[in-house]
Write a protein that binds this ligand. Sequence first.
Ligand code: TGC
Ligand code: FAD
Length: 392
Amino acid sequence: MVPDPSDFLAVDAELTAEERDIRDAVRDYAAAELAPRIAEWYESNTLPRDIAKGLGSLGLLGMHLEGYGCAGTNATSYGLACRELEAVDSGLRSFVSVQGSLAMFAIHRWGTEEHKQTWLPRMATGEALGCFGLTEADAGSDPGSMRTRARRDGTDWVLDGSKMWITNGTLADVAVVWAQTDPDAGSSGIRGFVVPTDTPGFTANEVKHKLSLRASLTAELVLEGVRLPADAMFPEVSGLKGPLSCLNEARYGILWGAVGAARSCYEAALAYAMDREQFGKPIAGFQLTQRKLAEMVVAVNQASLTAARIGRLKDSHELHPAQVSFGKMANVHAALDVARTARTVLGGNGITLEYPVFRHMTNLETVLTYEGTEEMHALSIGQALTGLAAFR
Ligand code: TGC
Ligand code: FAD
């Protein structure tokens, strides 16, 4: 039998019936509700808050978390959902990553029972939104150099500082904020705080003029004397281990999502090449075009295999962070190559919003950078191979 062009190596044949059902439900929902509006959102640099309710009712928010109204699926199912959302746009997968893998995961893994009861059920339905503030203008790849400070005042905590590039920052009802604490506060090092965004002194300013990830809202968070009760702090984690544990979850979703963006670009190029005629025949009939199609289908399927394998490692609790770095680095790199190749197949039409390719291509420039740049992931793999840390 001739291989299926949209799953050439039949990678999805390895999925369970339940995983296939989840894949199909997300794919159908995204095609019906999100794909028709995505170009408009991208062009106007918006993402309506009300998409959260639909995503929540499908069980996609905090999807792989247990209890508190979360769906509690396995990791492979969560990856498939990321893949199908990012096949429409990286901004949609970002929305779900930040809500489920960063904000909700942080509260679920490190929060008190009260944090969990207060926030998780409402976040799972999309009624409440979260964001995750780690990066600062001068502390990106090196978050340990952050300047945001939490100091003690009586039993309260008072936060001062700012965070940059925070996805969903202007939409969020709750921000998970990472801050340095004073050694004399009895809790030195970086600590995580659950910050309701209506706390006096908290403001979120939208980052304008982005040329990438435009169907996603990005913000600067400003914290000026934000006073929080003692129990706003995650009690049991200090140091970078806290935020990095959350990043592992979101990076895992990204390595699946990149497969979706790549697949969408390759499928658009294949359909276009079959239809578009030059020199009296479809451009798909030229050897040079077929070479591009072959390279794209190889890249998409290799990325898909990588995601499937890493999904199974995560499901069996054997996944090492360096393997997540492998997947994020390999799959985002592959997706960018596919997007750039697909763009050439579409010729002039490839630069418009009428087709998804250029939108994916510009999105993937952000995806390459956030959640650890390609260089950081190369260094994490290098460290795992050699035992030598070359970050500094
Ligand atoms: P280092 O000394 O290596 O580690 C400090 C502590 O953290 C532990 N650790 C990890 N824990 C869990 N998962 C990981 N992947 C971990 N990597 C390290 C480590 O064991 C240690 O623990 P302990 O108990 O000994 O204290 O720290 P370092 O300062 O040398 O930095 C390491 C480095 C460079 C890998 C790390 O800083 C890094 O990953 N930098 C990149 C920053 C980043 O990815 N930022 C992302 C911000 S969030 C975002 O982009 C959201 S985009 C959202 C969207 O829209 O989808
Ligand atoms: P820098 O760290 O300044 O890096 C610049 C260049 O230097 C990169 O190529 C980098 O790889 C290289 N470099 C740095 N150090 C080394 C080294 N040791 N060796 C070799 N090369 C090095 N952050 C959040 O906390 N929450 C969010 O929700 C969030 N959402 C985002 C959304 C968007 C649209 C964007 C663009 C970013 C978002 N980020 C978020 C921030 C993102 O994680 C950072 O941009 C990223 O970690 C890189 O930091 P930086 O931009 O400061 O680049």
